[in-house]
Ligand binder design. Structure first.
Ligand SMILES: Nc1ccn([C@@H]2O[C@H](COP(=O)(O)OP(=O)(O)OP(=O)(O)O)[C@@H](O)[C@H]2O)c(=O)n1
Ligand SMILES: C[C@](O)(CO)[C@H](O)COP(=O)(O)O
Length: 233
């Protein structure tokens, strides 16, 4: 299975002056955890790492340290996550007919989650990892007043991996760019063009490390996951 890792952000919400994926988390960069999980997933046979040129020297050093057996191709990212993913799709090997797309910031996803998504993608053209929301969600207007309360039983929090048949998702991105669509996940393009997106049970621990609080939570999760370790493996 081909995997694209969007890793070309800047981490504004982290308050970082550099790519947050290079910030240490329990002894190694956030991105290292993501790459280790992808490496450990039996289904992943190729990684497209989508990043900004300014980060390449540090990422290259990290790749040398990790010495992954899975081939990793460096791909130039774009100004938005959507543009970065599209660049990644255009850089896929010609024989790639299915692809998983996984945020570099979701560094706690387990190898099992990748493998489960890869297995389902054999059967459906599009999927997302997701978990049911626990909070009651409100729609709020520009005055800060609630205007609606969607039925919680129908609300799921989308995660990544998200997976797609390559020809379909590439076409969606092409059309989306032409029509000026701006989306925060790739499944939204599938939905916009009336293509089916199957939910695969995600993981509560598969948080997107976005803010400093997320870093603290992520370290807690790692310490629980590797209780025998004093620091990262
Ligand atoms: N131009 C961009 C923006 C984001 N991403 C990636 O998309 C994932 C999810 O994005 P997010 O968590 O928002 O990361 P940032 O954009 O860095 O964070 P912020 O929005 O706070 O700046 C991350 O792995 C990020 O590296 C990307 O590849 N290219
Ligand atoms: C793709 C995603 O992780 C699904 O929840 C999320 O939409 C990414 O959002 P971001 O603002 O680019 O971090």
């Amino acid at each position: 299975m081909y995997l694209l890792i969007p890793a070309a952000g800047v981490g504004r919400r982290m308050g970082s002056d550099r790519n947050k994926l290079l910030i240490p988390l329990w002894g190694q960069p956030i991105l290292a955890w993501t790459l280790r999980a992808a490496e450990a997933a039996s289904s992943i046979t190729w990684i497209g790492l989508v990043g900004q040129a300014v980060d390449w020297p540090e990422v290259n050093d990290l790749l040398k340290t990790l010495a992954l057996t899975t081939p990793v191709q460096w791909i130039q990212g774009g100004d938005t996550r959507q543009a970065s993913v599209f660049n990644g799709l255009k850089a896929l090997p010609a024989n790639a007919d299915r692809v998983l797309i996984h945020d570099g910031a979701r560094c706690l996803a387990t190898p099992d989650l990748f493998d489960r998504c890869a297995a389902v993608l054999q059967e459906v053209p599009g999927l997302i990892a997701a978990i049911p929301v626990k909070d009651t969600i409100k729609v709020v207007n520009s005055d800060g007043r609630t205007t609606a309360t969607p039925d919680r039983s129908q609300l799921w929090a989308a995660q990544t991996p998200q997976g797609f048949w390559v020809d379909k998702i590439k076409h969606c991105h092409e059309q989306g760019q032409e029509q000026g669509l701006q989306v925060t996940d790739d499944a939204a393009l599938f939905e916009h063009f009336n293509l089916p997106v199957q939910v695969v049970e995600g993981e509560e621990s598969n948080l997107k490390v976005t803010t400093p609080m997320d870093l603290a939570i992520a370290e807690f999760i790692l310490r629980q996951r590797y209780p025998h370790l004093q620091s990262s493996p």
